[in-house]
Design a protein around this ligand. Structure first.
Ligand code: AMP
Length: 201
């Protein structure tokens, strides 16, 4: 992966380890010469990672809708800023430009971006690796929710395995590089059968 998109908080979070993890992820990108694609903000963990990558002389591309530029949260020092009309367009372009994605601690924005990539992967609209950097166990409850979703029959085990989870940056990226998308040709057919007894519609 030459270019990775990072989804993370537009806030700093309450513990210093979140900020430290964002800085370490940025430093790791510099060490491995990986370009950063992100939301383009000059706030929160987003700013921390962008600044770390820029400090190492590596390209940072921000993608931001006009509505956020108007609120002046755009990072003025990044290598390239691409403005789009909508949040949906932003996610589309993030996906197009990147070879993989990492989500690290954040809020609803991060969750939205993470969920969209996982949904696209399960529908095979895209098949780029999605990594979850579980800093300080921040995502433990989300991981538990996903396991419960498998148990309850709403998430297929194979689709859950599309999410690569690690608390160590180096290991996470090595595992993402080795990612093979799960090929499940039949599962939508299976859902139809499950919903209509044995009759396929
Ligand atoms: P959140 O996790 O709710 O803090 O949102 C962070 C994610 O949503 C980032 O990956 C951004 O793409 C997007 N986002 C949310 N708020 C902002 C903001 N103020 N500026 C730029 N992007 C944002």
């Amino acid at each position: 992966m030459r270019r990775i998109c990072v989804f993370c908080g537009s806030s700093m979070g309450s513990k210093s380890e979140y900020k430290e993890a964002a800085k370490s992820l940025g430093d790791y990108f510099v060490e491995k010469q990986i370009e950063l694609v992100y939301g383009g903000a000059d706030v929160g963990l987003m700013k921390v990672i962008a600044d770390a990558v820029l400090a190492g002389g590596i390209k940072v591309t921000g993608i931001m809708p006009h509505l956020l530029i108007d609120k002046e949260v755009d990072h003025k020092g990044i290598s390239e800023m691409i403005t789009v009309d909508t949040m949906a367009e932003r996610k589309e372009l993030m996906a197009e430009l990147s070879d993989g994605f990492i989500a690290m601690p954040g809020g609803f924005g991060t969750l939205d971006e993470l969920s969209e990539v996982l949904t696209y992967n399960q529908l095979r609209i895209s098949d780029k690796p999605m990594g979850l950097l579980n800093t300080g166990g921040y995502f433990d409850n989300l991981i538990k929710f996903i396991e419960d979703g498998v148990e309850a029959g709403f998430i297929r085990m194979e689709h859950r395995e599309n999410l690569i989870i690690d608390s160590d940056i180096h290991r996470l990226v090595v595992r993402m590089n080795a990612y093979e998308p799960i090929v499940m040709k039949k599962w939508i057919e299976d859902i139809k059968v499950e919903s209509n007894g044995s009759k396929k519609k």
